[in-house]
Design a protein around this ligand. Sequence first.
Ligand SMILES: [Cu+2]
Length: 226
Amino acid sequence: MSKGGRLATVLGLFLVSIGLVVWAVSAYLTPGVPGGVVNFTNTQAAGQPVNLTVQTVGAIGFGAHPTWVSYLVKDPATGKWTHATSWQLPANTVIHMTVDQFDSGSPLRNQEWGQVQGTIGGNALLNGQPLTVYNSNTGSGVAHTFAIPALNLSVPLVGVSGTPCGAAPCKLSANPHNIETFSFKTPGAGTYSWQCFVPCGLGYLYGNGGPMSTQNYMGGVLEVVQ
Ligand SMILES: [Cu+2]
């Protein structure tokens, strides 16, 4: 090989390796959005309530962080459980939310998180029974909260007893669960974050790292569109 050819080969390999490093670093820094944004704007006639179903699981069992707690959402287009916490919703519309809760709980550090707030009627249903406040020092405690701070909405998700499901998607037919339902109305168009306030990031500083601060696990956004 000529000197020029060798130089070109070395230069080429160098550029390829630079490209790989840039790709690896950006892939590491970009929060993974495996499921992207799940669209709930065309599931029903305009103005009609939207059904939104999620599940909470103690260990997702797949992906980059199989041991992390997580939410999953049921994609209305496919009916499949999807690891995505960004949901596009129509503005000024009633959302009927169902949470299939599969995780174990514990006493809350802040008893206020046991209160149902900001839902239509100010309550939720826990396995069909009205719930306005849950005393987390009883039963199996509280596993997570579903909260939308901009709407002053917060719902405690009551922990399950028995061996919790260890890999998503969990099944109502096979795993201990609590089913909680509640409704709220979306505001005007905008981006509203939602999150869990229970420091459930086991093994991270104060329980607030890891899944608590990573998109698609314990928080996400409502993309409310007109
Ligand atoms: Cu949580």
